[in-house]
Design a protein around this ligand. Structure first.
Ligand code: NAD
Ligand code: AKB
Length: 323
């Protein structure tokens, strides 16, 4: 069934937090028809569905995925379908199945059909033994099932690149903060939920402690990083190609709450840690992204203050339009 690689782009998990914005960015660049969005579910009115071609597809269904690659003339996959840390810890079996099984399928398809592949990793690859400033290369001993699947994904990507020459690239995204789509069941979701609740109710009950500090990034930076990494010449990429550390900004939950209070003076945030505290505690405070800076000139644009301004302004105008 093998045929030469195609010219179109497939995005899996396109209705999620990243896919919602990545599909639009890719369609702006390459044209609507060039980008086929896919997900296991449908959401009425979602921009990835209304803004261009969309197909329901389960990344675990090999035959369906193979047909899609061939019939739809696919040459590049942005593979975003996954279960995140909190959802994954509630259902570790499904997390393994989707994150590892999905990755195996897209890597095999990339090998057979000579596809380019973007497959994201996460700061969840690090475990409690990692220094607070996570180096690019350090022992990876995650304690969440999600983190384990992400380490497995990076290792498999390295293997397919080294042994089969597959052009697969990845980023260890930090916690991503966005206003266009809700986060999909991760530990860093508090850093998005806090803005919605601050605007809608003036209070937020945060599920990690005020002292919890994690690497975070505004979605605009994350989308730009993704496109820049995929644009980088193959020979500029080094051994981090399957999981580049990427720093945006790092802040504690308390600092985030304070930055919001400085703009919404009646805002009150309470800290009531739940089981997600343990996952957050197993991750580093910040990451060293010198490999990404050196290999493909990565540079973040949004710090905490910019990010808070952007989130509040965009969510407020969105709410005014809806009301
Ligand atoms: P998300 O949970 O918002 O979206 C994932 C999408 O995958 C969902 O729309 C879901 O319906 C879909 N999906 C689940 N199972 C599927 C299956 N079997 N077949 C097809 N689709 C399926 O996730 P996201 O935040 O957009 O993350 C995308 C990728 O980026 C994931 O690999 C995630 O690990 C990684 N990442 C995200 C963040 C973040 O903060 N958002 C941080 C680090 C890494
Ligand atoms: C999560 O919290 O699970 C994700 C991630 C950092 O990978 N946002």
């Amino acid at each position: 069934m093998a045929s030469p690689n195609g010219s179109r782009i497939l995005v899996t998990g396109a209705l999620g937090q990243i896919g919602t914005e990545l599909v639009t960015a890719l369609r702006d660049r390459h044209g609507e028809e060039a980008v086929l969005a896919s997900d296991i579910r449908e959401v009425a009115g979602h921009p990835a569905i209304s803004g261009g071609p969309f197909i329901v597809a389960d990344v675990l269904d090999w035959a369906a995925m193979e047909n899609l690659i061939v019939d739809e003339d696919i040459g590049t996959i942005y593979h975003l379908a996954a279960l995140l840390s909190a959802t994954g810890e509630k259902n570790p079996g499904l997390c393994q199945e989707v994150n590892i099984g999905g990755m195996v399928n897209v890597l095999e398809l990339a090998r057979i059909y000579r596809l380019r592949l973007f497959a994201p990793s996460s700061i969840a690859v690090f475990g409690p033994d990692c220094p607070p400033l996570a180096p690019q290369q350090t022992p990876l001993n995650p304690t969440t099932m999600y983190g384990i699947t992400k380490v497995a994904g990076e290792l498999m990507a390295d293997y397919y690149h080294a042994v089969h020459g597959v052009d697969v690239r990845g980023i260890r995204y930090p916690g991503l903060i966005s206003w266009k789509a809700p986060p999909g069941g991760g530990t860093t979701d508090y850093a998005v939920e806090i803005f919605h609740d601050a605007i809608e109710t003036g209070t937020y009950s945060c599920f990690v402690s005020a002292e919890t500090r994690l690497p975070m990034m505004y979605m605009e930076d994350a989308i730009r990083a993704t496109l820049e990494l995929m644009d980088a010449p193959a020979d500029s990429l080094g051994p981090a190609r399957s999981g580049y550390n990427l720093a945006g900004c790092s802040f504690s939950a308390g600092e985030l709450a304070t930055a919001i209070s400085e703009r919404l003076e009646d805002f009150v945030c309470n800290f009531e840690p739940d089981e997600r505290q343990e996952y957050a505690d197993s991750w580093p405070d910040e990451v060293d992204d010198s490999a990404a800076r050196q290999d493909w000139a990565w540079e973040a644009r949004f710090g905490l203050e910019d990010l808070v301004d952007e989130m509040l302004a965009n969510l407020t105008s969105m709410r005014e339009v809806e009301v």
